[in-house]
Design a protein around this ligand. Structure first.
Ligand SMILES: Cc1cc2nc3c(=O)[nH]c(=O)nc-3n(C[C@H](O)[C@H](O)[C@H](O)COP(=O)(O)OP(=O)(O)OC[C@H]3O[C@@H](n4cnc5c(N)ncnc54)[C@H](O)[C@@H]3O)c2cc1C
Length: 375
């Protein structure tokens, strides 16, 4: 016998949890299914820190930064959790879009100012600066390990059904709904949902599988295994903002990509290359760092992060799911709402992505055109 449901959210990572939260706030009957258990570390939303970096210049993203800040604070109120540590963000290096980002943020009512590298070096002595420094005081660190349970807890309080250890093993799209095969310890169950919200991270391509091409056309999704590391703090007195460093403008040649980083309380200073990890199948990962990139990251830390011990570190393993233009996919095709391709920069926008996916699922309003699946 097939169970009929209103909305099924596939994936209990950041985006699925936020979609369930946003839909439950509108009184929709929501069932979220997640293949693994709470707090698993196999996708993209684990750990205790992510940068809330406001440094965007395109209007759609700047508007989402401003709305996210409000919604994170609202979620903190509703959940009683502290989710955003207001450490500020500094972005440095010869990135031409920084002046545009500063102007766009100020216009949106957010703070942004350029500092001389010497002044920045005095304020944040754990980091070496040699070029323009954009300081964004409204930035900080978000805590996924507190945020995901908060989204889910509030959704359950409003009637959502959250099922961990429940995997979608078949996915059939029809005009009037989607039929899903669910596998759990209780066995296999077939459900039909009026609509589904697909927030399956690195597994999106696999899940949509045959449906893509027949009914669904979406940009290519590339899954990579990213490998930042937590370096031991060598200067306990140093104050740490979140940071981003763009290559160039100096004689340093050890770059793989821009670097991002932050202080993770109790674990050290996280630093990582952006989006250059090996391409992987999310079900067949090594969870081991690629040694050459890791050595280059240590060299970066030795050169640019005087506040850490570059030889004492813990490697981290996590997945990016990246689109060719690094813009998200937020769209609806028939009964299928898709939230995918967050390209290593989605966490800060989680509550707004939840709002947009709920808008798409309830037909309230379309997502910004830059996120369309058919672009
Ligand atoms: C190392 C690293 C650093 C990052 N740093 C930042 C940062 O500083 N700032 C920032 O804004 N963003 C950052 N990000 C990006 C951010 O973490 C991601 O964009 C976000 O977590 C993506 O969430 P998601 O829900 O799409 O994916 P996921 O968390 O991977 O969730 C997808 C879920 O779907 C489930 N699933 C898949 N298939 C099925 C199925 N068939 N049945 C049931 N469940 C299924 C999976 O088990 C998984 O739990 C970083 C990402 C990484 C990896």
């Amino acid at each position: 016998m097939t169970t009929i449901l209103d909305t099924v959210v596939i994936g209990g990572g950041a985006m699925g949890s936020a979609a369930a939260w946003a839909l439950s706030r509108r009184g929709r009957q929501v069932t979220l299914v997640e293949q693994f258990g709470p707090g698993h570390t196999i996708g993209a939303s684990h750990g205790t820190t992510r940068n809330f970096n406001p440094g965007y210049h395109r209007p759609e993203y700047v508007a989402m930064v401003a709305e996210s800040l409000d919604l994170w604070h609202e979620l903190e109120q509703d959940s009683g959790e502290t989710l955003l540590a207001p450490t500020g963000i500094v972005t440095h290096g010869p990135e031409p879009m920084l002046p545009d980002a500063a102007a766009a943020l100020v216009q949106a009512g957010l703070r942004a100012e350029f500092l001389h590298p010497d002044e920045a070096g005095e304020r944040w002595r754990g980091i070496r600066f040699d070029q323009q420094v954009l300081y964004m005081p409204d930035g900080g660190q978000l805590n996924p390990e507190a945020a995901l349970p908060a989204f889910q807890r509030l959704a359950v309080a409003r009637g959502a059904d959250i099922r961990h250890h429940t995997k979608v093993v078949s996915f059939e799209v029809a005009d009037d709904g989607v039929t899903l095969g669910l596998e759990s310890a209780a066995g296999t169950e077939v459900v039909t949902a009026a609509q589904v919200v697909v927030t399956a991270g690195g597994w999106t391509g696999k899940l949509l599988g045959a449906a893509v091409g027949r009914r669904l056309r979406i940009p290519k999704l590339t899954v990579t295994q990213e490998q930042p590391a937590h370096f031991r703090v060598a200067d306990p007195g140093a104050v740490w903002p979140g940071f981003n460093h763009y290559p160039g403008g100096s004689d340093y040649a050890g770059w793989y990509s821009p670097v991002y980083g932050m202080h993770t309380p109790g674990e050290g200073i996280k630093a990582g290359w952006h989006g250059v990890g090996p391409v992987v199948d999310p079900d067949r990962r090594s969870f081991q760092p690629e040694p050459v990139q890791l050595a280059a990251l240590q060299d970066y830390a030795r050169t640019w992060l005087p506040g850490v011990d570059a030889d004492a570190f813990e490697a981290i393993s996590c997945t990016y799911t990246t689109t060719p233009d690094e813009d998200f996919i937020l769209d609806r095709i028939g009964p299928v709402v898709i939230g995918a391709g967050f390209s290593g920069h989605g966490f800060k926008f989680t509550p707004v992505v939840g709002r947009i996916l709920a808008d798409l699922a309830t037909g309230t309003r379309p997502a910004p055109e830059i996120f369309s699946a058919s672009r």
